[in-house]
Design a protein around this ligand. Sequence first.
Ligand SMILES: NC(=O)c1ccc[n+]([C@@H]2O[C@H](COP(=O)([O-])OP(=O)(O)OC[C@H]3O[C@@H](n4cnc5c(N)ncnc54)[C@H](OP(=O)(O)O)[C@@H]3O)[C@@H](O)[C@H]2O)c1
Length: 331
Amino acid sequence: MKSTVVKPITNRRLSRREAVVLTLAAGAGAFGSRHSDAQHPDAQHPPALITRAIPATGQRLPVIGVGTNSFTESKRMDLRVLLNRMVELGGSVVDTAPVYGESEQVIGELMADLGIRERIFLATKITAGPMSVQSPNIDPGLYGQQSLDRSLERLRTDHLDLLQVHNLQGAERLWPLLTGWKRSGKIRYIGITTATASQHAEMSALMRSLPLDFVQVDYSIANRDAASSVFPVALERRIAVIANVPFGGRAGANLTMSQDRPLPPFAVELGAADWPQLLLKYVASHPAVTCTIAGSTRLEHLQDNQAAGRGALPDAAARRRIEQYWDDQPA
Ligand SMILES: NC(=O)c1ccc[n+]([C@@H]2O[C@H](COP(=O)([O-])OP(=O)(O)OC[C@H]3O[C@@H](n4cnc5c(N)ncnc54)[C@H](OP(=O)(O)O)[C@@H]3O)[C@@H](O)[C@H]2O)c1
């Protein structure tokens, strides 16, 4: 996959205050990426990890997790370093799915190899039948049971932290199975996912009819529909939110759009050293969002992203400034 290269930031002279804050923000990044821990003076005192509580239980999660729809066997050695580094940096949320090719398998092998299963908040997905195939002959109970068994085997674990109905496919039909697994301790939380605005109304309706713990939904600076459709229901019903595609999807479209623009000067005040960090801080700062999962297969990206989950998040006024700056960019 083509990686998005984010160009260096600003072409104007920084004020003394901005320079100091930017140095601190870069330090947060360096805690992850630019120097080894031993070299960097801030490594012993990184900015505090930002966590949010899952409404159903109060369990706290770091606000930046990792999406794994591009995890493959061929990248296994790099992903081993990446996952290990993520837990070292305080991250824990890993989102995968049976339909992400080798992702579950690779994650399972690496968690076992590294001995990090209990440090990971492990989320995968399920459907009541094959994705994109409508077949009235499929028994959702049998299909769902086989799907969970296969996921547990691939992930080399006897329990999941979160099981999500992928793209809302069969949430009601799978509900008795899901609640049974939750009672027996096979899964801790139940969720549903989408990544398209056309499903937000259906998702919101399910959030009202089912006692869900989590929803996973598309949300980014360039795609704010969920803020007016799904998020108000999540806040009202006390449902945790995982924001997916925070960079606009696999190709990182939002990063491509931003790469020729200077980072806004106020980014440094928010502790964002680059565009990826600013965009993640924007997503994570919505009051309904529990965490966001940035897809990353490169170590430097993972570290950059994890650094966004430390220090401060934008308040409501700062969020508006980010939106205005984004919306003002030339088409
Ligand atoms: N319906 C659903 O349930 C659904 C649908 C879509 C996605 N998801 C979940 O959401 C996750 C996130 O979505 P996504 O991975 O498609 O898209 P994304 O997170 O919006 O963007 C991923 C892209 O951004 C790049 N990137 C990440 N960090 C970067 C950084 N610091 N600097 C520059 N580039 C960076 C990645 O490159 P590298 O790979 O080279 O690091 C990759 O090309 C998925 O992995 C999946 O777990 C769920």
